[in-house]
Design a protein around this ligand. Structure first.
Ligand SMILES: Cc1cc2nc3c(=O)[nH]c(=O)nc-3n(C[C@H](O)[C@H](O)[C@H](O)COP(=O)(O)O)c2cc1C
Length: 177
């Protein structure tokens, strides 16, 4: 059930050395391609990075990307800005589909932000574009580091429901108890 997959999914940043098979990679990408997209444009594209040298670079890309170097693969999520003005949303939804599919498949994954991040004094997107040869019309949303988990985290709990985050009809209005 989708709800159970969402509850179980946690950000995993530590991975074993076990490989991710080509069929697992395909399934992760297939899940991404099932994502909704604005106007059905499917503006996203994906770069699967498994080269050790590139992964090392990804690990140093931002202050919060070190797990990218350790993961067996990183999936860079791009979107064609010319295809859709909702490219950020298209890419984000696809990225989260990868996260959810990974959890369901018993893998661990973590979202690593690229858009708007810095690489040293440089824009991380500019650096990554140059590194991986990404054309200028593609926006880079994020990378998803994926591997077999080497850490365990508790699933989310039903008790995490936060009524104060929910408004009814107008902001600030609560549903009647
Ligand atoms: C938009 C977005 C950006 C994130 N950026 C990073 C990141 O750069 N590095 C990282 O290790 N985790 C990143 N995360 C993962 C969050 O830290 C994580 O989702 C949050 O702490 C909640 O934990 P959970 O995913 O286990 O529920 C990001 C998550 C989202 C949705």
């Amino acid at each position: 059930m989708a709800m159970e997959s969402m509850r179980m999914r946690r950000t995993i940043r530590k991975f074993t050395n076990e490989r991710i098979s080509e069929s697992e990679i395909r399934d992760l990408l297939l899940a991404a391609m099932y994502a909704p997209s604005a106007w059905g444009k499917r503006s996203w594209e994906f770069i699967v990075v498994d080269d050790e040298n590139f992964k090392k670079e990804l690990g140093n890309l931002t202050p919060y990307s070190s797990q990218a170097a350790m993961a067996p693969i990183d999936i860079v999520v791009l979107s064609d800005k010319n295809a859709s003005n909702a490219w950020i949303e298209d890419a984000s939804v696809a990225a989260e589909h990868i996260n959810l599919a990974a959890a369901k498949m018993g893998l661990g994954s973590s979202w690593i932000q690229v858009r708007g991040m810095n690489h040293n004094a440089m824009d991380a997107e500019v650096y990554l574009r140059e590194l991986l040869g990404i054309p200028s019309n593609y926006g880079i949303c994020c990378m998803i580091a994926v591997g077999h988990p080497a850490e365990q985290k508790s699933p989310h709990r039903e008790g995490e429901f936060m009524p104060e985050k929910v408004h009814r009809n107008r902001f600030g209005m609560q549903a009647a108890a």
